[in-house]
Design a protein around this ligand. Structure first.
Ligand code: ADP
Ligand code: ASP
Ligand code: MG
Length: 440
């Protein structure tokens, strides 16, 4: 069994939906995980924001715009009267549901339900298209098996049991279509796996069915050596280890959801990244054993806040770091980078929801400075295979950029440096130029 996931751009137009149908119809049984058509989740977020502000006119206008777009999709995608009618019925029912939320009570629960409509619509449209074109497909709802627990982690046992039950009911259909991103939470309410979470869905599903391979189909030919939106002349990396891919995804390579590698790694299922627009391109394969190379790729994670705690009296006393970390734990805030010295400790966080109480509590232990607008630049490779010169190459490439923190040795795969956001593009370009140009 294969699991294939198609992102928003890959199903972003009737033409692309037809292309995906051709790609998946290769005679091999598979579960096909779809994102919402591109732009839809952003539009649904905008609608929800209007509803939070009780701006019903704004919400209704945006809802109607999106609905019109979908009527256009239905008209272009389907060729028979029967499926045109089914398509219109589908759009009417989802949009009247979205409109029903334009009322005074609007909470996070309603927002999650609105956000789920994008994936529910894209999968239903794909399933109708497959059926109209004579392919044997079956749609199962992720809401019947995908679930997160109280801490927001996938509930593996529940997912496996319920997905197996759903699959048994599919009989001998070999194309199973389901939604990425959406799930239920521990209370049974509709929830999601965070923005970009369809990759995570695919990996969780792959692990649950012990798939032979998980293929992430997207709009680029694999994981590149650097962010192609910022750096020119990046190239696709043919092979990555699970750990390298996990570091790159966690530290900002948008092509993969930050946590999507983990389920595949634990189940040892290779993940392939392929380009829907260029299916014959090799792409990237992520697997357990790959030949080691010193520096594989560079990524950047935005929206980082640095916190420095200075305490001449207490830092070296045993138990000091535990007390500091406990404060972050109490406020469910994870730390990305950490450096220590004789008189202080610096950490970075990307979730500032509880920054104020964290800083207030840290004051008990010394002076505290918190400053936002940083970015972590992360260089991923095999530190062990090139311990000589690895750090030097990175630091000399960043010679003209003020560095706030450096983290080296936390894992064998990653060196991270913290710089102000204004230096992000310069840092990525200098590193790319120095590392990959020299390499060539
Ligand atoms: P999808 O909708 O298929 O999930 P995404 O937009 O989430 O696609 O991810 C693909 C995009 O990620 C690419 O178009 C590219 O601009 C961006 N990207 C950022 N960093 C990288 C990288 N290191 N390698 C490849 N793509 C990257
Ligand atoms: N549709 C969701 C988003 O735009 C999930 C995904 O595409 O992975 O974030
Ligand atoms: Mg994505």
């Amino acid at each position: 069994m294969q699991v294939m996931k198609f992102g928003g751009t890959s199903v972003g137009s009737p033409e692309r939906i037809r292309e995906v149908a051709r790609l998946i119809d290769d005679g091999k049984p598979k579960i096909v995980v779809l994102s919402a058509m591109s732009g839809t989740t952003n539009a649904l977020v905008e609608i929800a924001n209007y509803l939070y502000k009780k701006n019903f006119d704004g919400a209704n206008e945006k809802i109607s715009q999106l609905e019109q777009k979908y009527f256009g999709v239905v008209d272009e995608l389907f060729t028979t009267q029967k499926y045109k009618e089914l398509g219109i019925e589908l759009i009417n029912s989802h949009f009247s549901h979205i409109r029903s939320f334009a009322r005074d009570m609007f909470t996070m629960f309603e927002e999650k339900e609105i956000l789920a409509q994008g994936e529910l619509i894209s999968t239903a449209l794909m399933n109708y298209h497959l059926q109209e074109t004579g392919r044997q497909s079956h749609l199962i709802s992720a809401l019947n098996f995908m679930r997160i627990d109280k801490s927001g982690e996938p509930d593996d046992y529940y997912i496996r049991e319920n997905l197996q039950r759903e699959l048994k009911q599919c009989g001998d259909y070999y194309l199973i279509i389901t939604q990425g991103f959406i799930c239920r939470n521990a209370m049974g309410n509709i929830d999601n796996l965070q923005r970009g979470g369809s990759d995570y869905s695919a990996s969780i599903i792959g692990a649950a069915v012990n798939a032979e391979e998980i293929i992430i189909w997207t709009d680029i030919d694999g994981m590149h050596t650097n962010d192609p939106r910022i750096v020119e002349h990046t190239h696709s990396i043919p092979e990555l280890s699970f750990d390298e891919a996990a570091e790159l995804a966690y530290f900002g390579a948008k092509i993969l959801h930050p946590t999507c590698v983990m389920p595949a790694k634990l189940a040892n299922i290779p993940v392939r990244i392929k380009n829907t627009m260029e299916p014959s391109a090799q792409g990237t394969i992520i697997k357990k054993d790959v030949p080691k190379v010193p520096i594989r790729a560079i990524a950047a994670k935005d929206g980082i806040t640095a916190i420095k705690i200075k305490s001449d009296r207490m830092l070296m006393a045993h138990g000091f770091l535990r007390k500091v970390f406990e404060i972050f734990e109490t406020y469910e805030t994870s730390i990305d980078m950490i450096t220590t010295s004789e008189v202080g400790v610096s950490v970075t966080i990307d979730n500032t929801k509880n920054l104020e109480p964290i800083v207030n509590e840290l004051h008990k232990y010394g002076t505290v400075e918190a400053e936002g607008d940083y970015v972590i630049i992360c260089v991923v490779g095999d530190l062990h295979s090139n311990s000589k010169g690895f750090g030097g190459t990175i630091l000399s490439a960043l010679n003209d950029i003020p560095i706030r923190m450096i983290s080296y040795g936390g894992s064998n795969f990653n060196v991270s440096v913290l710089v102000k956001s204004e230096y992000k593009s310069q840092a990525l370009n200098c590193l790319s130029h120095s590392i990959f140009t020299d390499e060539k």
